[in-house]
Design a protein. Structure first.
Length: 605
């Protein structure tokens, strides 16, 4: 058998003869039952006395020396080494590490877990006089190797050839096999590391704010945040999004923090996500998947569930490349709710067919909504704004609608429409809509087009802003960007500065009002400023109305009833010619009346 061996590491400054002698050690083979051969051990101790550098040796269970490294023990030392991959077995590799340090650092425990080593034999040389050794075995809990190690020793060098390491290794593998068989099949608590990237195109304070927002999103999705990382680079990496060095750091950090998912504050392309998962050997998702997951949890209506399923499938379809139909690696949890694992384990043709079916169902719902809107005779106002800005609270304050209010992102997904009687005596319809967010996934805008049409068909928009937040201006810009995509910026928009009860400095509120034109300051919780808001809505509604005089025949009771329900009657007189009525109505209502009955019609100014 040809044994492929290597000598690597920091060889600079070493004599050629020393390098040759180290290379000769890579040809050593000793009994498989020995932890380490005494003669071999004395040889490497003599070499470390000469080079005065750390030394690592990798040995398999056949007693073959596979690789020697001069210098620190790193991941590179274990790369491309054939090892057992079964979760119930260790790798069959053990590492001897000679140092001048008192103890090993936690990085050694990470390598022990990462590469499923049988053990690490740490031999410490104190001033090259006192030599002692400790054996670090992997620890097993609930059928898995966990961070940390079981340490035996210290031993004298002469004791090492008497240690039955194989019995201990076999005991560990039996424990792995046994606990794997009885392990309770429950969803493990998901602990996430959040990762942001600061480039020359985005300022540091913006990245920090979006990472704070990602933390809120992740917590809303039901995960625990174990840690956060921000990398600074000129531009994103096309292969890994972040730099390869940071990828290596994350690989160690996942063990240190006990994380089982890494979440990026940016939408990763399919190749980046695949490369990161292969390198990190952990589930990797992005901001888009977190938002889709929250929508999947909060969707209650049939239409809402259809829309979120469509958004998720559109997101997942390009990510099937290279994975075929085997997507069971996702194993449930965040990023997999909604369509569910069973729907993901189908080929592209069936997924596209499902997407087509969903589009047809949503189109049908869209037509139903259009029919319902066509029957409306009242002006409509829509509450729009950033998620968690207080739209549902404001709707409850205006209409006593008793809509669910919760201090979390995307608590409301399905629109709620209620009647509101204005101080001018006019009734209108007011709707609460889904909240917006920075980097709102385009899949959601496309999937929720039927719901967002409520905004498109509204006569007036109330843009609710949480001014208690430091980044309220960026959130305003994010909402306006979505409204621009919906092509509704030409509609009358009132900026409602909400949550002023959470700002102690009243001068600050005045300054904000001066900066944002045509804005009103309110507290939806305390009711402050609500009267002025109703007056502003009333004025805008009147701007959309006309004053009309009609002479209706007694036979046209339908038009009379419509005007009473949808307009404000100023004068009404019954005579021999018919019913004379003077009223303020919307232009739409005025256009629906037979023009033969119209005496006069003037716009309100």
């Amino acid at each position: 058998m040809i044994i492929i061996t290597e000598l690597r590491g920091n060889l600079s400054g070493l004599k050629n003869r020393t390098i040759e002698e180290l290379e000769e050690l890579t040809n050593e083979v000793f009994s498989s039952s020995d932890l380490v051969d005494n003669n071999f051990l004395h040889k490497i101790i003599n070499k470390i006395e000469i080079i005065e550098r750390r030394l690592a040796i990798l040995i398999n269970r056949r007693g073959e020396v596979l690789r020697i490294r001069v210098g620190n023990l790193t991941e590179e030392f274990f790369e491309n080494m054939a090892q057992r991959r079964s979760n119930q077995r260790l790798s069959g590799l053990r590492c001897i590490y000679l140092t001048f340090d008192q103890d090993l650092d936690t990085k050694t425990d990470i390598l022990l877990k990462e590469y499923r080593l049988d053990l690490v034999l740490h031999i410490r040389l104190d001033d090259l006089q006192s030599i002692e050794a400790k054996i670090h075995y992997p620890q097993v809990k609930r059928g898995e190797i966990v961070l940390g190690s079981k340490v035996e020793g210290p031993f004298q060098v002469k004791q090492l050839n008497m240690i039955d390491y194989l019995t201990e290794v076999q005991s560990i593998e039996e424990k792995l096999s046994k606990e794997e068989a009885i392990k309770v099949q429950e969803r493990e608590e998901e602990r996430a590391i959040l990762v942001g990237l600061e480039t020359s195109n985005n300022k540091s304070f913006v990245q920090k704010e979006t990472l704070v927002e990602l933390r809120s999103l992740v917590q809303t999705a039901g995960l625990k945040v174990a840690g956060e990382e921000i990398q600074h680079r000129e531009q994103l990496d096309s292969r890994y999004y972040i730099g390869y060095g940071k990828v290596k750091e994350l690989k160690e950090l996942k063990y240190t923090l006990g994380a089982n998912v890494i979440i990026f504050d940016h939408e990763l392309n399919p190749a980046q996500q695949r490369n990161l998962e292969e390198e990190l050997e952990i589930k990797v998702i992005d901001r888009t998947q977190v938002i889709l997951d929250i929508f999947a949890q909060h969707a209650n209506t049939r239409e809402g569930k259809l829309q979120i399923e469509l958004a998720q499938l559109n997101y997942l379809l390009p990510r099937l490349t290279g994975k075929g139909v085997e997507l069971s690696r996702l194993a449930g949890g965040i990023g997999t709710r909604g369509p569910g694992e069973s729907k993901l384990e189908v080929d592209r043709r069936r997924i596209r067919k499902r997407i087509n079916n969903l589009n047809k169902k949503i189109d049908k719902a869209q037509k139903t909504r259009f029919t319902q809107r066509s029957r409306r005779r009242l002006p409509t106002v829509s509450l729009v704004g950033y998620t968690n800005a207080g739209k549902s609270t404001l709707l409850n304050k205006l209409t006593s609608a008793n809509v669910m209010v919760k201090d979390e992102l995307f608590a409301t997904l399905d629109s709620n429409t209620c009647k509101l009687k204005l101080p001018i005596g006019r009734e209108i319809l007011i709707s609460d809509t889904v909240g917006f967010i920075r980097k709102l996934p385009h899949q959601l805008i496309a999937a929720f087009r039927a719901t967002l049409e409520e905004v498109e068909e509204s006569d007036i928009l109330l843009h609710v802003v949480d001014v208690s937040q430091a980044d309220y201006e960026e959130k305003i810009d994010a909402v306006l960007e979505v409204l621009s995509e919906l092509d509704v910026l030409e509609k009358p928009i009132v900026t409602v500065l909400n949550k002023i009860d959470m700002i102690d400095d009243r001068e600050k509120i005045k300054l904000i009002k001066q900066e944002i034109e045509d804005s009103l300051a309110i507290s939806a919780v305390k009711g402050e400023g609500i009267d002025k808001l109703l007056e502003r809505i009333s004025g805008l509604v009147l701007d959309t109305m006309v004053e009309i005089e009609l002479l209706l025949p007694y036979s046209d009771a339908g038009s009379l009833d419509l005007i009473h329900q949808s307009g404000k009657v100023i004068e009404e007189d019954y005579n021999n010619k018919g019913i004379f009525i003077k009223a303020r109505v919307s232009q739409e209502i005025a256009d629906s009346v037979d023009e033969d009955y119209i005496v006069s019609m003037e716009p309100l100014v």
